[in-house]
Write a protein that binds this ligand. Structure first.
Ligand SMILES: [Zn+2]
Ligand SMILES: [Zn+2]
Length: 102
């Protein structure tokens, strides 16, 4: 291993941190853990069309995204865990979130 560490397998940043024997920077380790945690969460149905929501990790927050209508659904606490910048980013990608039917 070089003095600067190896390249993170996920984002390419130099890191000396290891996760499951692969060089992985601490922020990517957090992301991977969240993705793993989200996989264990109960999947919910889209309130609009009943499709099974897919779990996504956006800036450290687990969100439910509907593959059919692209709506994003958040638990009450999930929004509060985001800072404003992150929330703006999420809503930018979630133009159809929480729009009334039709
Ligand atoms: Zn990384
Ligand atoms: Zn939907």
């Amino acid at each position: 291993m070089s003095l600067l560490g190896e390249k993170c397998v996920r984002c390419g940043v130099r890191t000396k941190n290891l996760y499951q024997v692969k060089p992985t920077c601490p922020s990517c380790v957090e992301h991977i853990k969240l993705v793993l945690a989200s996989a264990r969460e109960i999947r919910r149905a889209c309130p609009a069309d009943g499709s099974e929501l897919a779990k996504e990790v956006v800036h450290g927050v687990i969100i439910d995204r509907c593959p059919a209508c692209k709506g994003v659904w958040l638990d009450a606490g999930e929004m509060e865990r985001m800072n404003e910048d992150v929330a703006a980013e999420v809503w930018k990608t979630a133009a159809f979130a929480r729009t009334p039917f039709g």
